[in-house]
Design a protein around this ligand. Sequence first.
Ligand SMILES: NC(=O)c1ccc[n+]([C@@H]2O[C@H](COP(=O)([O-])OP(=O)(O)OC[C@H]3O[C@@H](n4cnc5c(N)ncnc54)[C@H](O)[C@@H]3O)[C@@H](O)[C@H]2O)c1
Length: 427
Amino acid sequence: MKSPITFAIAGFGDRGSIYASMQNLWPDRMKVAAVADIRPGRVAMAKQLYGLPDEMCFSSAEEMLEKDRLADVMVVSTMDRQHVGHAIPALEKGYHVLMEKPISPELSECRRILEVAARAKGRIVIGHVLRYTAFYNSLKSILDSGKIGEVVSVCANENVAYWHQAHSFVRGNWRSEKETSPMILQKCCHDMDIYPWLLGKTCDSVSSVGQNTLFRPERAPEGAADFCLDCKAKESCPFDAEKIYITGKKTGLLAGYQWPAAVACEGEATEEKAYAALRAGRYGRCVYRSMNDVVDHQQILMHFTDGATMVFTMCAFTEDCYRYFKAMGTKGEIEADTKTNRIHVRVFGEPEEVVDSTKFAGDLKGHGGGDSGIVADLLDILEGKAENTGRTATLESALESHFLCMAAEESRKNGGARVEMDAFRAR
Ligand SMILES: NC(=O)c1ccc[n+]([C@@H]2O[C@H](COP(=O)([O-])OP(=O)(O)OC[C@H]3O[C@@H](n4cnc5c(N)ncnc54)[C@H](O)[C@@H]3O)[C@@H](O)[C@H]2O)c1
Protein backbone atom coordinates (compact mmCIF):
# COMPACT_ATOMS: atom_id res chain seq x y z
CA MET A 1 0.00 0.00 0.00
CA LYS A 2 1.21 3.51 -0.87
CA SER A 3 2.52 5.85 1.86
CA PRO A 4 1.30 7.83 3.63
CA ILE A 5 -1.42 5.49 4.82
CA THR A 6 -4.53 7.49 5.57
CA PHE A 7 -6.55 7.25 8.78
CA ALA A 8 -10.16 8.13 9.62
CA ILE A 9 -10.72 8.49 13.36
CA ALA A 10 -14.13 7.47 14.74
CA GLY A 11 -14.20 8.92 18.27
CA PHE A 12 -11.59 11.64 18.81
CA GLY A 13 -11.49 11.25 22.59
CA ASP A 14 -8.44 10.27 24.62
CA ARG A 15 -7.55 7.15 22.62
CA GLY A 16 -8.54 8.43 19.20
CA SER A 17 -6.41 11.54 19.67
CA ILE A 18 -3.44 9.43 20.85
CA TYR A 19 -3.56 7.22 17.75
CA ALA A 20 -3.96 10.29 15.51
CA SER A 21 -0.94 11.94 17.13
CA MET A 22 1.31 9.16 15.78
CA GLN A 23 1.26 11.18 12.55
CA ASN A 24 3.77 13.44 14.31
CA LEU A 25 6.15 10.49 14.73
CA TRP A 26 5.87 9.27 11.13
CA PRO A 27 4.58 12.12 8.94
CA ASP A 28 5.72 10.32 5.77
CA ARG A 29 3.97 7.09 6.66
CA MET A 30 0.67 8.19 8.17
CA LYS A 31 -1.88 10.94 7.58
CA VAL A 32 -5.07 11.71 9.48
CA ALA A 33 -7.61 12.28 6.71
CA ALA A 34 -11.00 12.36 8.46
CA VAL A 35 -12.47 12.58 11.94
CA ALA A 36 -15.83 12.02 13.61
CA ASP A 37 -16.96 12.78 17.14
CA ILE A 38 -20.28 13.71 18.72
CA ARG A 39 -18.52 16.47 20.69
CA PRO A 40 -18.09 19.46 18.34
CA GLY A 41 -15.12 20.74 20.37
CA ARG A 42 -13.19 17.54 19.73
CA VAL A 43 -13.90 17.69 15.98
CA ALA A 44 -12.75 21.33 15.92
CA MET A 45 -9.55 20.34 17.73
CA ALA A 46 -8.80 17.54 15.22
CA LYS A 47 -9.63 19.82 12.29
CA GLN A 48 -7.10 22.36 13.51
CA LEU A 49 -4.39 19.86 14.47
CA TYR A 50 -4.49 17.95 11.20
CA GLY A 51 -5.63 20.69 8.79
CA LEU A 52 -8.77 18.77 7.80
CA PRO A 53 -11.22 20.24 5.29
CA ASP A 54 -14.86 20.64 6.43
CA GLU A 55 -16.04 17.75 4.28
CA MET A 56 -13.75 15.36 6.20
CA CYS A 57 -15.15 16.35 9.63
CA PHE A 58 -18.23 14.54 10.90
CA SER A 59 -20.54 14.89 13.87
CA SER A 60 -20.72 11.14 14.45
CA ALA A 61 -19.11 7.89 13.33
CA GLU A 62 -22.48 6.95 11.85
CA GLU A 63 -22.43 10.06 9.64
CA MET A 64 -18.86 9.34 8.55
CA LEU A 65 -19.79 5.74 7.76
CA GLU A 66 -22.57 6.87 5.40
CA LYS A 67 -19.85 8.07 3.01
CA ASP A 68 -17.83 5.88 0.70
CA ARG A 69 -14.46 4.85 2.12
CA LEU A 70 -12.54 8.02 3.03
CA ALA A 71 -9.20 6.54 4.14
CA ASP A 72 -7.22 3.29 4.29
CA VAL A 73 -7.70 2.68 8.01
CA MET A 74 -10.54 3.48 10.39
CA VAL A 75 -9.61 3.81 14.04
CA VAL A 76 -12.65 2.80 16.11
CA SER A 77 -12.06 4.55 19.41
CA THR A 78 -15.62 5.18 20.54
CA MET A 79 -16.90 3.57 23.75
CA ASP A 80 -16.96 -0.12 24.63
CA ARG A 81 -20.53 -0.91 23.54
CA GLN A 82 -20.18 1.02 20.26
CA HIS A 83 -17.08 -0.67 18.82
CA VAL A 84 -18.75 -3.51 16.93
CA GLY A 85 -21.51 -1.26 15.55
CA HIS A 86 -18.87 1.06 14.08
CA ALA A 87 -16.30 -1.54 13.03
CA ILE A 88 -18.67 -3.79 11.06
CA PRO A 89 -19.76 -1.13 8.53
CA ALA A 90 -16.13 0.04 8.32
CA LEU A 91 -14.99 -3.50 7.40
CA GLU A 92 -17.89 -3.81 4.93
CA LYS A 93 -16.77 -0.58 3.24
CA GLY A 94 -13.26 -1.97 2.80
CA TYR A 95 -11.42 -0.13 5.60
CA HIS A 96 -8.66 -1.76 7.58
CA VAL A 97 -9.71 -1.33 11.21
CA LEU A 98 -7.77 -0.55 14.36
CA MET A 99 -10.41 -1.16 17.02
CA GLU A 100 -10.07 -0.31 20.67
CA LYS A 101 -10.58 -2.98 23.28
CA PRO A 102 -12.82 -4.42 24.52
CA ILE A 103 -14.19 -5.80 21.27
CA SER A 104 -17.58 -5.92 23.01
CA PRO A 105 -18.89 -6.91 26.44
CA GLU A 106 -21.36 -9.22 24.64
CA LEU A 107 -20.17 -12.63 23.47
CA SER A 108 -22.71 -12.61 20.62
CA GLU A 109 -21.28 -9.31 19.31
CA CYS A 110 -17.74 -10.72 19.43
CA ARG A 111 -18.91 -13.64 17.31
CA ARG A 112 -20.79 -11.36 14.91
CA ILE A 113 -17.72 -9.28 14.10
CA LEU A 114 -15.59 -12.39 13.75
CA GLU A 115 -17.92 -13.60 10.98
CA VAL A 116 -17.86 -10.24 9.19
CA ALA A 117 -14.07 -9.95 9.50
CA ALA A 118 -13.59 -13.40 8.00
CA ARG A 119 -15.31 -12.20 4.79
CA ALA A 120 -13.77 -8.71 4.76
CA LYS A 121 -10.84 -7.64 2.60
CA GLY A 122 -9.45 -5.32 5.25
CA ARG A 123 -7.52 -6.37 8.31
CA ILE A 124 -8.69 -5.78 11.84
CA VAL A 125 -6.33 -5.25 14.76
CA ILE A 126 -7.43 -4.88 18.40
CA GLY A 127 -5.89 -2.29 20.74
CA HIS A 128 -3.95 -4.77 22.90
CA VAL A 129 -1.06 -2.34 23.15
CA LEU A 130 0.98 -4.27 25.75
CA ARG A 131 2.03 -6.82 23.12
CA TYR A 132 4.08 -4.12 21.44
CA THR A 133 6.10 -2.95 24.45
CA ALA A 134 9.82 -3.56 24.96
CA PHE A 135 9.02 -4.81 28.47
CA TYR A 136 6.70 -7.65 27.45
CA ASN A 137 8.75 -8.52 24.37
CA SER A 138 11.91 -8.83 26.50
CA LEU A 139 9.99 -10.93 29.00
CA LYS A 140 8.70 -13.15 26.21
CA SER A 141 12.18 -13.80 24.77
CA ILE A 142 13.49 -14.75 28.21
CA LEU A 143 10.57 -17.11 28.82
CA ASP A 144 10.90 -18.57 25.31
CA SER A 145 14.64 -19.13 25.85
CA GLY A 146 13.79 -21.80 28.42
CA LYS A 147 16.22 -20.34 30.98
CA ILE A 148 13.83 -20.93 33.83
CA GLY A 149 12.66 -24.26 32.46
CA GLU A 150 9.00 -25.11 32.26
CA VAL A 151 6.75 -22.51 33.86
CA VAL A 152 4.69 -24.23 36.51
CA SER A 153 3.07 -21.36 38.35
CA VAL A 154 2.52 -17.63 37.83
CA CYS A 155 1.43 -14.80 40.03
CA ALA A 156 0.54 -11.47 38.44
CA ASN A 157 -0.95 -8.22 39.70
CA GLU A 158 -2.63 -5.37 37.98
CA ASN A 159 -2.14 -2.50 40.42
CA VAL A 160 -4.88 -0.11 39.39
CA ALA A 161 -3.95 2.70 41.86
CA TYR A 162 -6.46 4.40 44.14
CA TRP A 163 -6.58 7.63 42.08
CA HIS A 164 -7.07 5.80 38.78
CA GLN A 165 -9.85 3.68 40.25
CA ALA A 166 -11.57 6.81 41.60
CA HIS A 167 -11.22 8.63 38.27
CA SER A 168 -12.10 5.92 35.74
CA PHE A 169 -14.00 3.22 37.63
CA VAL A 170 -15.91 5.11 40.32
CA ARG A 171 -16.61 8.56 38.88
CA GLY A 172 -15.73 8.15 35.23
CA ASN A 173 -16.55 6.40 31.97
CA TRP A 174 -16.22 2.85 33.27
CA ARG A 175 -18.09 3.13 36.58
CA SER A 176 -21.03 1.06 35.38
CA GLU A 177 -20.85 -2.27 33.63
CA LYS A 178 -24.29 -1.68 32.13
CA GLU A 179 -23.03 1.43 30.35
CA THR A 180 -19.62 0.07 29.38
CA SER A 181 -18.11 -3.24 30.58
CA PRO A 182 -17.42 -5.24 33.74
CA MET A 183 -14.11 -4.01 35.11
CA ILE A 184 -12.36 -7.35 34.61
CA LEU A 185 -13.04 -7.08 30.87
CA GLN A 186 -12.41 -3.36 30.61
CA LYS A 187 -9.14 -3.29 32.52
CA CYS A 188 -7.85 -6.83 32.36
CA CYS A 189 -8.56 -8.02 28.83
CA HIS A 190 -5.01 -6.71 28.31
CA ASP A 191 -3.72 -9.04 31.05
CA MET A 192 -5.73 -12.01 29.85
CA ASP A 193 -4.33 -11.33 26.38
CA ILE A 194 -0.72 -10.93 27.40
CA TYR A 195 -0.26 -13.84 29.84
CA PRO A 196 -1.33 -16.78 27.63
CA TRP A 197 0.72 -15.12 24.82
CA LEU A 198 3.79 -14.74 27.04
CA LEU A 199 3.55 -18.26 28.41
CA GLY A 200 2.49 -19.98 25.19
CA LYS A 201 -0.13 -21.82 27.20
CA THR A 202 -3.86 -22.40 26.84
CA CYS A 203 -6.14 -21.94 29.81
CA ASP A 204 -8.61 -24.76 30.43
CA SER A 205 -10.53 -23.41 33.44
CA VAL A 206 -10.98 -20.26 35.48
CA SER A 207 -12.62 -19.29 38.71
CA SER A 208 -12.89 -15.80 40.08
CA VAL A 209 -13.90 -13.85 43.16
CA GLY A 210 -14.11 -10.14 43.93
CA GLN A 211 -16.46 -7.29 44.73
CA ASN A 212 -16.84 -3.58 45.28
CA THR A 213 -15.75 -3.32 48.90
CA LEU A 214 -15.20 0.37 49.53
CA PHE A 215 -16.95 2.63 47.05
CA ARG A 216 -20.50 2.26 48.39
CA PRO A 217 -22.81 4.74 50.18
CA GLU A 218 -22.66 2.96 53.54
CA ARG A 219 -18.86 3.39 53.65
CA ALA A 220 -18.99 7.21 53.36
CA PRO A 221 -17.27 8.91 56.33
CA GLU A 222 -19.20 11.16 58.69
CA GLY A 223 -19.73 14.61 57.20
CA ALA A 224 -19.40 13.41 53.60
CA ALA A 225 -21.25 15.55 51.06
CA ASP A 226 -22.40 14.65 47.53
CA PHE A 227 -19.64 16.80 46.04
CA CYS A 228 -16.06 16.91 47.36
CA LEU A 229 -15.83 20.70 47.27
CA ASP A 230 -18.62 20.86 49.92
CA CYS A 231 -17.30 17.96 52.01
CA LYS A 232 -16.34 18.19 55.69
CA ALA A 233 -14.34 14.97 55.48
CA LYS A 234 -12.25 15.95 52.43
CA GLU A 235 -9.05 16.73 54.36
CA SER A 236 -8.42 13.10 55.28
CA CYS A 237 -9.94 11.55 52.13
CA PRO A 238 -7.36 10.33 49.57
CA PHE A 239 -10.11 10.20 46.92
CA ASP A 240 -11.00 13.90 47.35
CA ALA A 241 -11.58 15.21 43.80
CA GLU A 242 -9.82 18.51 44.49
CA LYS A 243 -6.64 16.59 45.38
CA ILE A 244 -6.86 14.17 42.46
CA TYR A 245 -7.64 16.76 39.77
CA ILE A 246 -6.15 20.02 41.01
CA THR A 247 -3.94 20.21 44.08
CA GLY A 248 -2.45 16.73 44.58
CA LYS A 249 1.23 16.14 43.82
CA LYS A 250 0.59 12.85 42.04
CA THR A 251 -2.03 13.73 39.44
CA GLY A 252 -3.08 17.36 40.07
CA LEU A 253 -3.18 20.13 37.51
CA LEU A 254 -1.12 22.42 39.73
CA ALA A 255 1.65 19.82 39.80
CA GLY A 256 1.73 19.96 35.98
CA TYR A 257 -0.57 17.08 35.03
CA GLN A 258 -3.18 17.71 32.30
CA TRP A 259 -4.60 14.19 32.70
CA PRO A 260 -6.97 13.50 34.46
CA ALA A 261 -8.12 17.13 34.84
CA ALA A 262 -8.51 17.44 31.06
CA VAL A 263 -11.01 14.58 31.08
CA ALA A 264 -13.10 16.37 33.73
CA CYS A 265 -12.83 19.64 31.75
CA GLU A 266 -13.56 17.94 28.39
CA GLY A 267 -10.57 19.68 26.84
CA GLU A 268 -7.49 21.54 27.92
CA ALA A 269 -7.70 22.04 31.67
CA THR A 270 -7.18 25.32 33.51
CA GLU A 271 -7.59 25.83 37.25
CA GLU A 272 -10.79 27.80 36.71
CA LYS A 273 -12.30 25.21 34.35
CA ALA A 274 -11.30 22.38 36.68
CA TYR A 275 -13.00 23.98 39.71
CA ALA A 276 -16.12 24.60 37.62
CA ALA A 277 -16.12 20.95 36.48
CA LEU A 278 -15.73 19.67 40.05
CA ARG A 279 -18.46 21.94 41.42
CA ALA A 280 -21.24 20.19 39.52
CA GLY A 281 -19.87 17.52 37.20
CA ARG A 282 -19.52 13.81 37.87
CA TYR A 283 -15.76 14.05 38.45
CA GLY A 284 -16.46 16.20 41.51
CA ARG A 285 -18.76 13.64 43.12
CA CYS A 286 -18.08 11.81 46.36
CA VAL A 287 -16.61 8.38 45.57
CA TYR A 288 -19.05 6.80 48.00
CA ARG A 289 -22.05 8.21 46.10
CA SER A 290 -21.09 7.92 42.45
CA MET A 291 -23.67 5.43 41.17
CA ASN A 292 -20.85 2.99 40.36
CA ASP A 293 -21.38 -0.76 40.18
CA VAL A 294 -18.01 -2.22 39.17
CA VAL A 295 -15.64 -4.10 41.48
CA ASP A 296 -12.66 -2.57 43.29
CA HIS A 297 -10.78 -5.87 43.49
CA GLN A 298 -11.01 -9.20 41.70
CA GLN A 299 -8.87 -12.31 41.44
CA ILE A 300 -8.78 -15.01 38.79
CA LEU A 301 -7.43 -18.49 39.39
CA MET A 302 -6.40 -20.01 36.08
CA HIS A 303 -5.52 -23.59 35.21
CA PHE A 304 -3.64 -24.33 31.97
CA THR A 305 -3.85 -27.46 29.82
CA ASP A 306 -0.30 -28.49 30.83
CA GLY A 307 -1.18 -28.35 34.54
CA ALA A 308 0.40 -24.93 35.20
CA THR A 309 -1.56 -22.52 37.39
CA MET A 310 -1.80 -18.77 37.70
CA VAL A 311 -3.27 -16.34 40.22
CA PHE A 312 -4.10 -12.94 38.81
CA THR A 313 -5.10 -10.03 41.06
CA MET A 314 -6.56 -6.72 40.01
CA CYS A 315 -6.84 -4.25 42.87
CA ALA A 316 -7.72 -0.56 43.26
CA PHE A 317 -5.85 -0.16 46.52
CA THR A 318 -2.32 0.51 45.38
CA GLU A 319 -0.28 3.68 45.38
CA ASP A 320 0.83 3.42 41.75
CA CYS A 321 -0.59 2.06 38.54
CA TYR A 322 1.57 -0.76 37.11
CA ARG A 323 1.73 -4.48 36.44
CA TYR A 324 3.74 -7.08 38.39
CA PHE A 325 4.65 -10.56 37.15
CA LYS A 326 6.32 -13.57 38.71
CA ALA A 327 6.84 -16.84 36.84
CA MET A 328 8.10 -19.89 38.71
CA GLY A 329 9.72 -22.50 36.49
CA THR A 330 11.35 -25.88 36.95
CA LYS A 331 14.86 -24.32 36.63
CA GLY A 332 14.40 -20.81 37.95
CA GLU A 333 12.14 -17.83 38.48
CA ILE A 334 11.46 -14.47 36.88
CA GLU A 335 10.19 -11.42 38.69
CA ALA A 336 9.38 -8.25 36.78
CA ASP A 337 7.27 -5.11 36.92
CA THR A 338 6.30 -2.27 34.64
CA LYS A 339 7.12 0.33 37.30
CA THR A 340 10.88 -0.28 37.11
CA ASN A 341 10.74 -2.00 33.69
CA ARG A 342 13.31 -4.42 35.11
CA ILE A 343 13.22 -8.18 34.72
CA HIS A 344 14.99 -10.24 37.40
CA VAL A 345 15.99 -13.68 36.17
CA ARG A 346 17.09 -16.14 38.85
CA VAL A 347 18.26 -19.45 37.44
CA PHE A 348 18.47 -21.75 40.48
CA GLY A 349 21.91 -21.71 42.09
CA GLU A 350 23.27 -18.98 39.80
CA PRO A 351 23.73 -15.23 40.32
CA GLU A 352 20.68 -13.10 39.49
CA GLU A 353 20.59 -11.46 36.05
CA VAL A 354 18.74 -8.13 35.80
CA VAL A 355 17.49 -7.04 32.40
CA ASP A 356 16.60 -3.37 31.98
CA SER A 357 13.97 -3.54 29.24
CA THR A 358 14.07 0.25 28.68
CA LYS A 359 17.34 -0.34 26.78
CA PHE A 360 15.33 -2.01 24.01
CA ALA A 361 12.60 0.63 23.91
CA GLY A 362 12.42 3.29 21.22
CA ASP A 363 9.61 5.00 23.08
CA LEU A 364 8.34 4.55 26.63
CA LYS A 365 5.40 6.91 26.50
CA GLY A 366 1.80 5.73 26.21
CA HIS A 367 1.51 2.24 27.72
CA GLY A 368 5.29 1.82 27.81
CA GLY A 369 5.61 2.39 24.08
CA GLY A 370 2.62 0.17 23.19
CA ASP A 371 0.58 3.02 21.72
CA SER A 372 3.18 3.86 19.10
CA GLY A 373 4.16 0.19 18.80
CA ILE A 374 0.72 -0.96 17.68
CA VAL A 375 0.52 1.77 15.03
CA ALA A 376 4.05 1.02 13.79
CA ASP A 377 3.17 -2.68 13.54
CA LEU A 378 0.01 -1.91 11.55
CA LEU A 379 1.89 0.44 9.21
CA ASP A 380 4.57 -2.23 8.66
CA ILE A 381 1.88 -4.73 7.70
CA LEU A 382 -0.03 -2.36 5.42
CA GLU A 383 3.18 -1.14 3.76
CA GLY A 384 4.00 -4.78 3.02
CA LYS A 385 7.15 -4.77 5.18
CA ALA A 386 5.81 -7.53 7.42
CA GLU A 387 2.99 -9.99 7.57
CA ASN A 388 1.41 -10.75 10.95
CA THR A 389 4.45 -10.05 13.10
CA GLY A 390 3.67 -12.75 15.65
CA ARG A 391 2.71 -10.15 18.21
CA THR A 392 -0.05 -8.62 16.10
CA ALA A 393 -3.29 -8.56 18.08
CA THR A 394 -5.59 -10.06 15.46
CA LEU A 395 -9.30 -10.33 16.16
CA GLU A 396 -9.06 -14.11 16.52
CA SER A 397 -6.20 -13.95 19.00
CA ALA A 398 -7.77 -11.08 20.95
CA LEU A 399 -10.98 -12.99 21.32
CA GLU A 400 -9.36 -15.47 23.70
CA SER A 401 -8.74 -12.69 26.25
CA HIS A 402 -12.41 -11.77 26.04
CA PHE A 403 -13.48 -15.39 26.59
CA LEU A 404 -11.25 -15.54 29.67
CA CYS A 405 -12.54 -12.27 31.14
CA MET A 406 -16.17 -13.09 30.43
CA ALA A 407 -15.77 -16.56 31.93
CA ALA A 408 -14.10 -15.01 35.00
CA GLU A 409 -16.96 -12.56 35.40
CA GLU A 410 -19.50 -15.36 35.10
CA SER A 411 -17.59 -17.26 37.79
CA ARG A 412 -17.47 -14.21 40.07
CA LYS A 413 -21.21 -13.73 39.75
CA ASN A 414 -21.67 -17.40 40.63
CA GLY A 415 -19.69 -17.25 43.85
CA GLY A 416 -16.39 -18.34 42.27
CA ALA A 417 -17.72 -21.47 40.52
CA ARG A 418 -15.19 -23.02 38.13
CA VAL A 419 -15.84 -22.37 34.42
CA GLU A 420 -14.51 -24.88 31.88
CA MET A 421 -13.03 -22.90 29.01
CA ASP A 422 -13.65 -25.39 26.17
CA ALA A 423 -17.36 -25.37 26.90
CA PHE A 424 -17.35 -21.58 27.29
CA ARG A 425 -15.56 -21.04 23.96
CA ALA A 426 -18.03 -23.34 22.22
CA ARG A 427 -21.10 -21.39 23.38
N1 LIG B 1 -5.94 0.15 24.54
C1 LIG B 1 -5.95 0.71 25.71
O1 LIG B 1 -5.04 0.52 26.50
C2 LIG B 1 -7.09 1.60 26.14
C3 LIG B 1 -6.91 2.53 27.17
C4 LIG B 1 -8.00 3.32 27.52
C5 LIG B 1 -9.21 3.16 26.87
N2 LIG B 1 -9.34 2.23 25.88
C6 LIG B 1 -10.63 2.03 25.18
O2 LIG B 1 -10.77 3.05 24.20
C7 LIG B 1 -12.15 3.40 24.07
C8 LIG B 1 -12.25 4.93 24.18
O3 LIG B 1 -11.78 5.34 25.45
P1 LIG B 1 -11.32 6.85 25.70
O4 LIG B 1 -10.58 6.85 26.97
O5 LIG B 1 -10.70 7.41 24.50
O6 LIG B 1 -12.75 7.52 25.96
P2 LIG B 1 -13.19 8.98 25.54
O7 LIG B 1 -14.49 9.22 26.20
O8 LIG B 1 -12.08 9.94 25.79
O9 LIG B 1 -13.38 8.86 23.96
C9 LIG B 1 -14.51 8.32 23.33
C10 LIG B 1 -14.92 9.33 22.28
O10 LIG B 1 -15.96 8.78 21.46
C11 LIG B 1 -16.85 9.84 21.16
N3 LIG B 1 -18.11 9.27 20.68
C12 LIG B 1 -19.13 8.73 21.37
N4 LIG B 1 -20.12 8.34 20.52
C13 LIG B 1 -19.67 8.60 19.28
C14 LIG B 1 -20.23 8.41 17.98
N5 LIG B 1 -21.44 7.85 17.80
N6 LIG B 1 -19.51 8.81 16.92
C15 LIG B 1 -18.28 9.39 17.07
N7 LIG B 1 -17.72 9.60 18.28
C16 LIG B 1 -18.41 9.21 19.37
C17 LIG B 1 -16.94 10.60 22.47
O11 LIG B 1 -17.48 11.90 22.29
C18 LIG B 1 -15.48 10.62 22.91
O12 LIG B 1 -14.80 11.74 22.41
C19 LIG B 1 -12.89 2.68 25.17
O13 LIG B 1 -13.64 1.62 24.65
C20 LIG B 1 -11.81 2.15 26.09
O14 LIG B 1 -12.11 0.90 26.63
C21 LIG B 1 -8.31 1.47 25.51
